[in-house]
Design a binder for this molecule. Structure first.
Ligand code: AHG
Ligand code: MN
Ligand code: MN
Ligand code: MN
Length: 315
């Protein structure tokens, strides 16, 4: 009998929560797959708190996940890229989870039929905390992403290794096909938007030059950049290498969001023997101050992350 998410996760409350999110992702996948046949492409006509033109699929994905979480007695609050403020459910005494998510990652790729994804971080309310307490990524109880593509893959960790599932379109359930996924200690690829290279601090320019000419880690790298974080990360998890989004003039603190992009992927990376920093410290140790804060992001195989972080930290 193939293992599903619900049977793979020991803790029943967490299994119910992540299965509900997976079901929402099946709805998102089916809308993406037929995007050209329904009026779901293009912009929604509203600018979100990120200053981005919300895409119709951003809003659709957000609505799907919120609709899946609202009825769950265990979910106390939601933080979403697409909502300015956290959504707190006041009618659920004893609710313990905070679901923090990027409902549709890679929005710029929706209209050109390139991989997009969903990224989720789960925190649990502890004694003395409220449903809006923000906590460092090292407190996450689970992290999950789905990458929608030629096949649709769900990867999660609940702190005991990283496991991957493939969506069976006939049964619309995610079926386990990778257990204990491990990131290679060094990989063949680096992934960065090099259009911004003139903006990158010198240490990052030096690091990229060293990856290209082989002087940083003794091997010459190839470049891959999809422009959807979740797809660039999934390749890095499977093949090894490094993804980096350094500070730029437009995004002096980095572009990617700590709570629902960097933290969940950093938990998955570390559980798969990889690493993730902001150029000076472990992503998972950053104490957040506000829900949509951004961070410089270096994530991938241990050797590359350590070498680039050393340069970036001026060591
Ligand atoms: P989102 O679509 O959720 O707003 O995220 C987009 C992010 C991420 O997916 C990707 O790595 C990055 O934006 C690409 O940024 P650039 O286009 O500046 O390279
Ligand atoms: Mn966005
Ligand atoms: Mn994103
Ligand atoms: Mn998004």
């Amino acid at each position: 009998m193939p293992q599903t998410l619900a049977t793979h996760i020991q803790d029943q409350d967490l299994a119910t929560l992540l299965s509900a999110i997976a079901t929402a992702c099946v709805q998102i996948e089916s809308r993406i797959r037929t995007a050209g046949l329904s009026d779901i492409l293009g912009s929604f006509g509203h600018t979100n708190i990120q200053g981005e033109q919300q895409q119709k699929l951003d809003v659709f994905a957000n609505d799907c996940i919120i609709a899946a979480l609202k009825p769950l007695a265990t979910v106390a609050a939601i933080v979403s890229e697409e909502d300015d403020e956290p959504i707190v459910f006041t009618d659920k005494p004893g609710a313990k989870y905070i679901a923090i998510f990027d409902p549709l990652d890679g929005s710029s790729n929706i209209d050109v039929n390139v991989n997009v994804g969903t990224i989720v971080s789960i925190q649990q309310i502890e004694a003395g905390e409220t449903a809006t307490t923000l906590k460092a990524g090292n407190k996450q109880v689970a992290a999950l992403y789905v990458v929608y593509g030629p096949s649709t893959i769900l990867v999660y960790t609940a702190g005991s290794g990283v496991h991957g599932f493939t969506l069976d379109p006939d049964t619309t359930s995610f079926v386990l096909n990778w257990e204990e996924m491990k990131m290679p200690p060094q990989g063949p690829y680096y992934s960065a938007n090099e259009a911004n290279i003139a903006d990158f601090p010198p240490a990052y320019q030096q690091a990229l030059a060293g990856l290209r000419d082989g002087t940083l880690l003794g091997a010459k790298y190839s470049s891959r950049y999809i422009g959807s974080l979740v797809a660039d990360f999934h390749r890095t998890l499977l093949k090894g290498g490094v993804f980096l989004y350094p500070p730029t003039a437009k995004a002096p603190n980095g572009k990617l969001r700590l709570l629902y992009e960097a933290n969940p992927l950093a938990m998955i990376a570390e559980q798969a023997s990889g690493a993730a920093t902001n150029g000076t410290q472990r992503i998972l140790d950053i104490a957040p101050t506000e829900p949509h804060q951004r961070t410089t992001f270096i994530i991938g195989s241990r050797h590359e992350v350590e070498a680039i972080t050393k340069l970036a930290a001026g060591k």
